[in-house]
Design a protein around this ligand. Structure first.
Ligand code: R1P
Ligand code: URA
Length: 297
Protein backbone atom coordinates (compact mmCIF):
# COMPACT_ATOMS: atom_id res chain seq x y z
CA UNK A 1 0.00 0.00 0.00
CA UNK A 2 1.23 3.51 -0.80
CA UNK A 3 2.30 5.33 2.41
CA UNK A 4 0.02 8.38 1.73
CA UNK A 5 -3.00 6.07 1.96
CA UNK A 6 -2.20 4.82 5.48
CA UNK A 7 -4.99 6.66 7.26
CA UNK A 8 -4.43 6.63 11.00
CA UNK A 9 -0.66 6.25 10.79
CA UNK A 10 0.09 9.87 9.92
CA UNK A 11 -0.27 13.05 11.94
CA UNK A 12 -3.37 14.99 10.87
CA UNK A 13 -2.76 17.68 8.27
CA UNK A 14 -4.51 20.21 10.52
CA UNK A 15 -6.13 20.46 13.91
CA UNK A 16 -9.34 22.01 15.22
CA UNK A 17 -11.61 21.24 12.30
CA UNK A 18 -14.75 22.42 14.13
CA UNK A 19 -13.43 25.93 14.82
CA UNK A 20 -10.64 27.88 13.06
CA UNK A 21 -8.24 25.10 12.10
CA UNK A 22 -4.45 25.44 12.24
CA UNK A 23 -1.61 23.39 10.85
CA UNK A 24 2.07 23.08 11.73
CA UNK A 25 4.11 24.29 14.68
CA UNK A 26 3.63 27.14 15.34
CA UNK A 27 0.01 26.65 14.29
CA UNK A 28 -0.83 28.60 11.15
CA UNK A 29 -4.39 29.33 10.04
CA UNK A 30 -5.15 27.27 6.96
CA UNK A 31 -5.77 29.84 4.25
CA UNK A 32 -3.92 33.02 5.24
CA UNK A 33 -0.92 30.94 6.38
CA UNK A 34 -0.33 33.30 9.32
CA UNK A 35 0.40 32.58 12.96
CA UNK A 36 -0.16 34.69 16.07
CA UNK A 37 1.41 38.13 15.94
CA UNK A 38 2.26 38.22 12.22
CA UNK A 39 -0.73 40.41 11.35
CA UNK A 40 -1.17 43.92 12.81
CA UNK A 41 -4.35 45.19 14.49
CA UNK A 42 -4.63 47.84 11.75
CA UNK A 43 -5.11 46.39 8.27
CA UNK A 44 -5.55 47.71 4.74
CA UNK A 45 -7.19 45.01 2.65
CA UNK A 46 -6.95 45.05 -1.13
CA UNK A 47 -8.03 42.81 -3.99
CA UNK A 48 -4.79 42.03 -5.78
CA UNK A 49 -1.10 41.57 -5.21
CA UNK A 50 0.07 44.51 -7.33
CA UNK A 51 -1.92 46.91 -5.12
CA UNK A 52 -0.53 45.28 -1.98
CA UNK A 53 3.03 45.49 -3.35
CA UNK A 54 2.48 49.17 -4.12
CA UNK A 55 1.22 50.01 -0.63
CA UNK A 56 3.83 47.85 1.10
CA UNK A 57 6.36 50.37 -0.24
CA UNK A 58 5.03 52.86 2.35
CA UNK A 59 5.75 50.50 5.25
CA UNK A 60 8.90 50.77 7.32
CA UNK A 61 10.83 47.84 8.76
CA UNK A 62 9.79 46.14 12.00
CA UNK A 63 12.28 45.56 14.86
CA UNK A 64 13.41 42.42 12.99
CA UNK A 65 14.99 44.80 10.44
CA UNK A 66 12.57 44.14 7.57
CA UNK A 67 8.94 44.34 6.52
CA UNK A 68 7.25 40.97 7.14
CA UNK A 69 5.97 39.31 3.94
CA UNK A 70 4.08 36.05 3.55
CA UNK A 71 2.31 34.65 0.49
CA UNK A 72 -0.04 31.76 1.30
CA UNK A 73 -0.71 28.98 -1.16
CA UNK A 74 -4.41 29.97 -1.08
CA UNK A 75 -3.74 33.32 -2.72
CA UNK A 76 -3.43 35.63 0.30
CA UNK A 77 -0.43 37.99 0.50
CA UNK A 78 0.39 39.75 3.78
CA UNK A 79 2.83 42.55 4.52
CA UNK A 80 3.34 43.87 8.08
CA UNK A 81 5.51 46.81 9.06
CA UNK A 82 5.49 50.22 10.69
CA UNK A 83 3.64 53.28 9.44
CA UNK A 84 3.56 56.66 11.22
CA UNK A 85 4.59 55.05 14.49
CA UNK A 86 1.99 52.26 14.38
CA UNK A 87 2.17 48.62 13.32
CA UNK A 88 0.11 48.14 10.16
CA UNK A 89 -0.55 45.31 7.67
CA UNK A 90 -1.46 45.40 3.99
CA UNK A 91 -3.16 42.22 2.78
CA UNK A 92 -4.22 41.13 -0.69
CA UNK A 93 -7.18 38.75 -0.42
CA UNK A 94 -8.36 38.21 -4.00
CA UNK A 95 -12.03 38.55 -4.86
CA UNK A 96 -15.49 37.91 -3.53
CA UNK A 97 -17.54 37.27 -0.42
CA UNK A 98 -15.81 33.99 0.41
CA UNK A 99 -12.29 35.46 0.37
CA UNK A 100 -13.36 38.32 2.67
CA UNK A 101 -14.91 35.72 5.00
CA UNK A 102 -11.69 33.68 5.07
CA UNK A 103 -9.67 36.80 5.66
CA UNK A 104 -11.67 38.33 8.52
CA UNK A 105 -12.22 35.10 10.44
CA UNK A 106 -8.61 33.93 10.21
CA UNK A 107 -7.28 37.46 10.85
CA UNK A 108 -9.42 37.61 13.99
CA UNK A 109 -7.93 34.28 15.10
CA UNK A 110 -4.30 35.46 14.90
CA UNK A 111 -4.67 39.04 16.20
CA UNK A 112 -5.14 39.89 19.87
CA UNK A 113 -7.19 42.96 20.86
CA UNK A 114 -9.29 45.39 18.85
CA UNK A 115 -8.88 45.57 15.07
CA UNK A 116 -9.55 48.16 12.38
CA UNK A 117 -9.84 47.10 8.74
CA UNK A 118 -10.10 49.41 5.74
CA UNK A 119 -10.71 48.10 2.23
CA UNK A 120 -9.21 49.78 -0.81
CA UNK A 121 -10.85 48.17 -3.81
CA UNK A 122 -12.05 48.99 -7.30
CA UNK A 123 -15.62 49.18 -8.54
CA UNK A 124 -18.00 49.95 -11.34
CA UNK A 125 -19.84 53.21 -10.78
CA UNK A 126 -23.61 53.41 -11.25
CA UNK A 127 -24.00 57.19 -11.43
CA UNK A 128 -23.11 59.06 -14.61
CA UNK A 129 -21.85 62.16 -12.74
CA UNK A 130 -19.24 60.27 -10.66
CA UNK A 131 -15.93 60.36 -12.53
CA UNK A 132 -13.68 57.39 -13.22
CA UNK A 133 -10.46 57.66 -11.21
CA UNK A 134 -12.41 59.12 -8.25
CA UNK A 135 -12.47 57.30 -4.94
CA UNK A 136 -15.88 56.52 -3.41
CA UNK A 137 -16.32 55.87 0.29
CA UNK A 138 -19.20 53.60 1.41
CA UNK A 139 -21.60 55.04 3.97
CA UNK A 140 -23.54 51.76 3.84
CA UNK A 141 -23.63 48.59 1.78
CA UNK A 142 -26.34 46.27 0.45
CA UNK A 143 -25.84 42.75 -0.90
CA UNK A 144 -27.14 41.76 -4.33
CA UNK A 145 -27.29 37.99 -4.77
CA UNK A 146 -28.30 35.62 -7.50
CA UNK A 147 -31.27 33.64 -6.21
CA UNK A 148 -30.23 30.16 -7.28
CA UNK A 149 -33.66 28.71 -6.49
CA UNK A 150 -35.27 30.94 -9.09
CA UNK A 151 -33.24 29.30 -11.85
CA UNK A 152 -34.35 25.83 -10.82
CA UNK A 153 -37.35 24.90 -12.96
CA UNK A 154 -39.04 23.34 -9.89
CA UNK A 155 -39.02 26.61 -7.94
CA UNK A 156 -42.21 28.62 -7.34
CA UNK A 157 -42.84 31.27 -10.00
CA UNK A 158 -42.74 34.10 -7.47
CA UNK A 159 -39.07 33.54 -6.49
CA UNK A 160 -37.27 36.54 -8.00
CA UNK A 161 -33.98 36.01 -9.87
CA UNK A 162 -32.01 38.35 -7.55
CA UNK A 163 -32.29 39.33 -3.90
CA UNK A 164 -31.32 42.76 -2.58
CA UNK A 165 -30.53 43.03 1.15
CA UNK A 166 -31.02 45.74 3.74
CA UNK A 167 -28.14 48.18 4.30
CA UNK A 168 -25.22 47.28 6.54
CA UNK A 169 -23.24 50.18 8.05
CA UNK A 170 -19.51 50.76 8.52
CA UNK A 171 -17.80 52.20 11.61
CA UNK A 172 -18.80 55.88 11.65
CA UNK A 173 -15.60 57.31 13.18
CA UNK A 174 -13.27 55.30 10.97
CA UNK A 175 -15.30 56.25 7.90
CA UNK A 176 -15.11 59.98 8.73
CA UNK A 177 -11.37 59.70 9.33
CA UNK A 178 -10.97 57.93 5.98
CA UNK A 179 -13.02 60.60 4.14
CA UNK A 180 -11.00 63.43 5.69
CA UNK A 181 -7.67 61.73 4.85
CA UNK A 182 -8.74 61.03 1.25
CA UNK A 183 -9.96 64.60 0.75
CA UNK A 184 -6.68 65.97 2.02
CA UNK A 185 -4.63 63.66 -0.21
CA UNK A 186 -6.69 63.74 -3.43
CA UNK A 187 -8.79 66.91 -3.20
CA UNK A 188 -12.48 67.03 -2.31
CA UNK A 189 -13.65 66.82 -5.93
CA UNK A 190 -12.03 63.39 -6.30
CA UNK A 191 -13.77 61.84 -3.30
CA UNK A 192 -17.43 60.72 -3.32
CA UNK A 193 -19.63 59.27 -0.60
CA UNK A 194 -22.61 57.01 -1.07
CA UNK A 195 -24.19 53.60 -0.87
CA UNK A 196 -22.20 50.57 -1.98
CA UNK A 197 -23.68 47.49 -3.59
CA UNK A 198 -21.79 44.26 -3.13
CA UNK A 199 -22.62 41.58 -5.68
CA UNK A 200 -21.92 37.86 -5.50
CA UNK A 201 -20.76 37.85 -9.12
CA UNK A 202 -18.90 40.26 -11.39
CA UNK A 203 -21.37 39.21 -14.07
CA UNK A 204 -24.98 38.20 -13.41
CA UNK A 205 -25.63 40.06 -10.16
CA UNK A 206 -23.88 43.18 -11.49
CA UNK A 207 -26.30 43.29 -14.41
CA UNK A 208 -23.78 42.49 -17.16
CA UNK A 209 -25.13 40.98 -20.37
CA UNK A 210 -23.82 37.51 -21.22
CA UNK A 211 -25.78 35.64 -23.85
CA UNK A 212 -23.96 32.40 -22.96
CA UNK A 213 -25.97 32.11 -19.71
CA UNK A 214 -29.58 32.45 -18.57
CA UNK A 215 -29.21 35.38 -16.14
CA UNK A 216 -32.52 37.31 -16.35
CA UNK A 217 -30.73 40.45 -15.20
CA UNK A 218 -31.71 43.12 -17.75
CA UNK A 219 -33.84 44.96 -15.16
CA UNK A 220 -31.52 44.43 -12.20
CA UNK A 221 -29.57 47.72 -12.10
CA UNK A 222 -32.85 49.64 -12.43
CA UNK A 223 -34.40 47.68 -9.55
CA UNK A 224 -31.37 48.25 -7.36
CA UNK A 225 -31.38 51.99 -8.07
CA UNK A 226 -35.13 52.20 -7.36
CA UNK A 227 -34.43 50.73 -3.93
CA UNK A 228 -31.16 52.57 -3.29
CA UNK A 229 -31.16 55.80 -5.33
CA UNK A 230 -27.91 56.93 -3.62
CA UNK A 231 -26.06 53.79 -4.73
CA UNK A 232 -22.84 54.75 -6.48
CA UNK A 233 -20.52 51.77 -6.39
CA UNK A 234 -20.84 48.11 -7.29
CA UNK A 235 -18.17 45.59 -6.34
CA UNK A 236 -17.77 42.28 -4.52
CA UNK A 237 -16.50 42.46 -0.90
CA UNK A 238 -17.62 45.53 1.07
CA UNK A 239 -20.89 44.12 2.44
CA UNK A 240 -19.11 41.08 3.86
CA UNK A 241 -16.53 43.33 5.54
CA UNK A 242 -19.20 45.48 7.18
CA UNK A 243 -21.40 42.52 8.09
CA UNK A 244 -18.65 40.46 9.72
CA UNK A 245 -17.16 43.48 11.51
CA UNK A 246 -20.60 44.10 13.03
CA UNK A 247 -20.96 40.39 13.86
CA UNK A 248 -17.55 40.15 15.51
CA UNK A 249 -17.59 39.46 19.26
CA UNK A 250 -17.18 41.14 21.68
CA UNK A 251 -19.16 43.84 19.85
CA UNK A 252 -17.13 46.83 18.66
CA UNK A 253 -13.80 45.00 18.57
CA UNK A 254 -13.57 45.00 14.78
CA UNK A 255 -14.08 48.35 13.11
CA UNK A 256 -14.44 48.62 9.34
CA UNK A 257 -14.52 51.17 6.54
CA UNK A 258 -14.32 50.79 2.78
CA UNK A 259 -13.56 52.78 -0.32
CA UNK A 260 -13.08 51.95 -3.96
CA UNK A 261 -11.47 53.53 -7.00
CA UNK A 262 -14.12 53.95 -9.69
CA UNK A 263 -12.58 52.06 -12.60
CA UNK A 264 -15.64 52.05 -14.87
CA UNK A 265 -18.68 54.24 -15.29
CA UNK A 266 -21.43 51.77 -16.12
CA UNK A 267 -23.92 54.31 -17.60
CA UNK A 268 -21.37 55.92 -19.98
CA UNK A 269 -19.04 52.96 -20.52
CA UNK A 270 -15.96 55.08 -19.71
CA UNK A 271 -13.04 53.15 -18.17
CA UNK A 272 -10.18 54.65 -16.12
CA UNK A 273 -6.68 55.02 -17.59
CA UNK A 274 -3.70 53.15 -16.16
CA UNK A 275 -1.97 56.24 -14.76
CA UNK A 276 -5.06 57.63 -13.02
CA UNK A 277 -5.73 54.22 -11.46
CA UNK A 278 -2.18 53.85 -10.09
CA UNK A 279 -2.30 57.40 -8.71
CA UNK A 280 -5.61 56.82 -6.93
CA UNK A 281 -4.34 53.51 -5.56
CA UNK A 282 -1.04 54.87 -4.28
CA UNK A 283 -2.12 58.32 -3.02
CA UNK A 284 -5.50 57.00 -1.81
CA UNK A 285 -3.83 54.00 -0.20
CA UNK A 286 -1.30 56.16 1.63
CA UNK A 287 -4.14 58.36 2.89
CA UNK A 288 -5.93 55.29 4.25
CA UNK A 289 -2.77 54.17 6.01
CA UNK A 290 -2.56 57.61 7.66
CA UNK A 291 -6.22 57.38 8.70
CA UNK A 292 -5.67 53.92 10.21
CA UNK A 293 -2.52 54.99 12.04
CA UNK A 294 -4.38 57.97 13.51
CA UNK A 295 -7.33 55.96 14.82
CA UNK A 296 -7.46 55.40 18.57
CA UNK A 297 -7.92 51.64 18.83
C1 R1P B 1 -13.50 42.30 -9.81
O1 R1P B 1 -12.77 42.67 -10.91
C2 R1P B 1 -12.81 42.63 -8.52
O2 R1P B 1 -12.51 44.04 -8.49
C3 R1P B 1 -13.13 44.66 -7.36
C4 R1P B 1 -14.27 43.72 -7.02
O3 R1P B 1 -14.76 43.91 -5.74
C5 R1P B 1 -13.69 42.36 -7.31
O4 R1P B 1 -12.93 41.87 -6.26
O5 R1P B 1 -12.30 44.93 -6.27
P1 R1P B 1 -10.72 44.66 -6.14
O6 R1P B 1 -10.05 45.49 -7.22
O7 R1P B 1 -10.35 45.10 -4.77
O8 R1P B 1 -10.48 43.19 -6.32
N1 URA C 1 -15.12 45.52 -9.85
C1 URA C 1 -16.39 45.08 -9.88
O1 URA C 1 -16.78 44.22 -9.09
N2 URA C 1 -17.20 45.60 -10.81
C2 URA C 1 -16.82 46.51 -11.71
O2 URA C 1 -17.62 46.92 -12.55
C3 URA C 1 -15.47 46.95 -11.67
C4 URA C 1 -14.64 46.44 -10.70
Amino acid sequence: MHSEACIGQKKSVYEGTNAVPRSGDPGRVLHLGLTDGELANRVIVVGHHTRADLLSGFLEAEDSGSVFKLASDRGFLTYTGQFAGERLSVVSIGMGLAMMDFFLREARAVVKGPMAVVRLGTCGCLQEHVKVGNVSVADGSALVQRNYSHFDSQSPAHAKPYTISELCLPDAELTSTVIAALREALGGEKVNEGTNLTADSFYSSQGRADSAFNDENSQLIGEVLDRYPKAITMEMETFQLFHLARSCLPKGTMRAAACVVNVANRPTGEVVGEEALRLAESEGGKALMKALAKLQL
